[in-house]
Ligand binder design. Structure first.
Ligand code: IMP
Length: 405
């Protein structure tokens, strides 16, 4: 079985948690796009760690993890994560595989990202790295293993980006040493993945960010520079669409957004403050406070449609435990939900349905039937409005804080 996990909102839906939840039943976990702009919190012996590149399933010793060709790979960041895993006693030998075709985030990408940042990026150099990929001057992981090729490409690229005053020798030596460190993990991951699928392994393909940040399907131009869309999994890993059996959505019980761009269902400042505090809604990568909004059904519909999502994992329901009433944006006034853009999303008027809150802690609940009636009502209404099934509900940050359905 091959499944893709997709964020259905503006990222930060809790995909890392979702992968952790599904990992016990999964043998292979493969990341297909984005880079160190994403961040997921993994608990190792209940201690939280923020990882940006390594798939969260790595903490399960039985899993094989891939970072695919579609990922913008920052070797410095990845090496940091590998060192933390080693320190924590997690064996990654013959378990972590990096595509030799992955494009490398270089220092000039970060400088460029800092310089031109009108949409509020994460400053991780991701857009400029994909830009080089498209203009055919990108440096790939395989190039870090070939001193002559790296020299030639780096000299050429520095001649283009020389306004950043970056010095060839130190970058060259540093990136060669990154290549040396990473070389035991580098391989043609497309071959491995296709082979593992042929063998009938249980496979999970993990996207970063969310559909509404997709370069094609998101709120352009306030988007990331790759395709979190489930289709990104095929190109970003080297498999055919015919290999995918199912797409699972990850949806937060409310909406959040970090960086610029429209958020039509934004909460009043007073409620936003509460939700941000209960939900610890600060960017895992940048620490920026996230804007918070009510659940947005028209935008979610779009995510479900373009990904053909039939099942979702609903995350962070417990964050709403203390709200006396909860709204759901059912539709927008004067708008056909099939057509939207960033400009009209700013001006659209959401039409809300108001449901009573449950005002009861849910974190220790483990069975659906034990949830407060109004929480079940909220969940069932979401399911009904979106026409999807709930696969699980998450009611806290730890692995065990979940209700499987
Ligand atoms: P970039 O991906 O760093 O180029 O940033 C583009 C937009 O995507 C900005 O609004 C970022 O805040 C947002 N973004 C990128 N990665 C994430 C993520 O993992 N979660 C939430 N927002 C993200």
């Amino acid at each position: 079985m091959v499944r893709v996990i997709v964020g259905t909102q503006f990222g930060d839906e809790g995909k890392g948690r979702a992968v952790e939840f599904l990992a016990p039943h999964t043998q292979v976990i493969a990341r297909y796009q984005g880079g160190a702009n994403a961040g997921h919190t993994i608990h190792i012996n209940r201690e939280p760690f923020v990882f940006h590149l390594v798939p969260s399933g790595i903490i399960y010793p039985h899993t094989l993890c891939i970072i695919g060709n579609g990922v913008a790979l920052d070797p410095e960041e990845l090496i940091k994560e590998i060192k933390v895993l080693k320190q924590k006693g997690i064996n990654i030998e013959n378990r972590l595989f990096l595509s030799l075709y992955a494009h490398i985030v270089m220092p000039y990408h970060k400088s460029k990202d800092d310089l031109n940042n009108s949409i509020g990026t994460t400053h991780r150099g991701i857009g400029p790295c994909y830009e080089d990929k498209c203009t055919r001057i990108g440096i790939r992981l395989m190039d870090l293993l070939s001193p002559e090729i790296l020299e030639e490409k780096l000299k050429h690229n520095l001649s283009i980006f020389n306004s950043f005053n970056l010095e060839f020798k130190s970058i060259y030596e540093q990136y060669l040493s990154f290549g040396k460190f990473l070389s035991p993990f580098v391989t043609d991951t497309a071959v491995l993945l296709n082979q593992w699928i042929d063998e009938g392994k249980e496979v999970l393909l993990e996207g970063a960010q969310g559909l509404l940040l997709d370069i094609d399907h998101g709120t352009y131009p306030f988007v990331t520079s790759s395709n979190p869309h489930s289709g990104g999994a095929c190109c970003g890993l080297g498999i055919s669409p015919t290999r995918i059996d199912e797409v699972i959505g990850v949806t937060k019980a409310y909406t959040t957004r970090v960086g610029k761009g429209p958020l039509p269902t934004r909460l009043s400042p007073e409620i936003e403050k509460k939700v941000r505090e209960f939900g610890k809604e600060y960017g895992a990568t940048t620490g920026r406070p996230r804007r918070c909004g009510w659940l947005d059904i028209p935008l979610l519909h779009r995510a479900m449609m373009v990904n053909d999502i039939k099942q979702i994992l609903l995350t962070k329901l417990d964050v709403l435990d203390k709200l006396p009433e909860i709204k759901i944006c059912k539709e927008y006034k004067d708008m056909d939900a099939q057509w939207y853009n960033s400009a009209n999303l700013e001006t659209l008027e959401p039409i809300y349905e108001t449901l009573p809150g449950w005002m009861t802690p849910t974190q220790n609940i483990r069975k659906y039937k034990d949830l407060p009636t109004n929480a079940k009502r909220y969940i069932e209404r979401i399911s009904e409005l979106l026409g999807v099934k709930m696969m699980a509900i998450f009611i806290g940050p730890q692995k065990e804080d979940s209700i499987e359905l």
